[in-house]
Design a protein around this ligand. Sequence first.
Ligand SMILES: Cc1cc2nc3c(=O)[nH]c(=O)nc-3n(C[C@H](O)[C@H](O)[C@H](O)COP(=O)(O)OP(=O)(O)OC[C@H]3O[C@@H](n4cnc5c(N)ncnc54)[C@H](O)[C@@H]3O)c2cc1C
Length: 498
Amino acid sequence: MAIKTPLEYINSLKDGRVVYYGGELVKDITKHPFLRINVDWLAMDYVLENDPKYKKLILDKNEDGETVPFILSAQRSKQDLLRLRDLVKLMARVCYGKPSGAKFVGKDGLNAVTVVSQRVDKKYGTSYVKNVEAYRKYLQTNDLSLALAMTDVKGDRGLRPSKQQPHQDYYVHIVKETKDGIIVRGAKTHISQSPACNEMIVVPCRAMKEDDKDYAVSFGVPCNAKGITFISTECEAREPGNYFDYPISGSSFINDALVVFDDVFIPNERIFLKKEWELAGDIAYMFGNFHRLSAETYKAAELEMVTGAAILMAEYNGIDKASHVQEKLSWLIQYAETVEVLGRAACEHCVTEPDSNLVYPNPMIANICKLHFADNWHQATKYVQDIAGGIVVTAPSFKDWSNPKERPLMEKYFGGKAGVPTEDRLKMVKLIKDETSPYEDVLTIHAEGSLAAQKMSILGLADFERYKSAAKRAARIKDIKDPIYRELPEFPSKTYKY
Ligand SMILES: Cc1cc2nc3c(=O)[nH]c(=O)nc-3n(C[C@H](O)[C@H](O)[C@H](O)COP(=O)(O)OP(=O)(O)OC[C@H]3O[C@@H](n4cnc5c(N)ncnc54)[C@H](O)[C@@H]3O)c2cc1C
């Protein structure tokens, strides 16, 4: 098999998968008016892969000399990470600030199990490395789309998986073992792109204790496997094909579905973790390390667009020289550029994972970048909405704009600065409405891990001794432990008589 064409990918989804949308079972997702938006968006991966202009960036050769997508290769150097960043940035720019999704999250799950399977095999004498390598090759050579299912539905967040009530299925777990494999039950939630992917890689979302060992499970599974049901989220765009009112959500429906595993059989060769509970948390942590690059790169592209919308709206409204607007624009530019610079710096200062020789972005810088982005998003949307005005929520729809009776009235009364076409002003207003929706707000806070997750990582990675030694030295307290501060010279008056 070679690189798929967009049509081959689309046709591959007609495989009997069980997908619900809006209360109805959908027979063919490629024909459904809303699910098609999701499919079309994922197919952009394949459009780019087949475009000779991007071949050098997007395609790679595997060890057998076959042409495969670079995004499914393991990154082994800083240059690989920077190339991946360029690739994700290109995809996000093409997809209006959203990543193209066919392998975007899944590849990070694949890298996580690549690293952790080495540790598990070393500790328990298992042979998961072989399974992961074979799975990577299968995905590469068939150019398959891949979702990542990590987040369990979780029930009571204060209780561990095995202690949940009134049932034990809040986390995906093993219910039976046979000589050929395992049977799993439970549900994962918010699983982006999953109803339109070929495969799904399933990993634990947290550390486990011995009681939870049945929940320490990871595997790869086709999305049409018997027992898997997808319940789609509702598309933000209310009218397919209406890019005037829904310029972003009309083209990039992420479809973060609920995925139910109702006694799904997983063959032995597709298992990457089976009850080795001590290493379940490592997979979740490693996924975060790899996924930061993806998240931060598309956010940087998204912020270019958000900042551009604020600048244009200020110009269209004739307020671009007002001091309060300039202040907001300068804040937005520093926000966008900080995310870009931190994301890139995390790759420049990447970490090599000793168990597998894979590299991932520097976790301290990457977590700071993610936190900076998520923590400041609402401030950014506040500024953009403030500059744009109330019209963001009150502008009539494309149906009114298309009505020859209403159009002249809208042309005349929704005009802004002379020379700016009313249509452009309205289109920008709609872009801001779509891009600053509650969906975008919640995505920014929670997708790729909630705020507390980044704060915990930052605290866990911090060099506390360096900070404390700096303070102790300045306060002339002895017992400085950090070698940098311990060895700094004294002021001359301490050493010389003068
Ligand atoms: C748009 C979108 C796309 C996503 N895509 C994917 C995907 O493709 N694959 C995937 O696996 N996941 C995905 N996620 C899931 C994402 O990683 C989670 O939303 C995130 O980890 C938070 O989990 P949660 O939504 O269950 O919220 P919760 O865990 O319920 O968090 C809500 C609050 O509770 C706090 N909290 C939770 N547990 C505890 C505790 N034990 N003690 C103290 N405080 C606690 C959190 O810090 C937070 O403040 C996506 C999420 C979104 C919104």
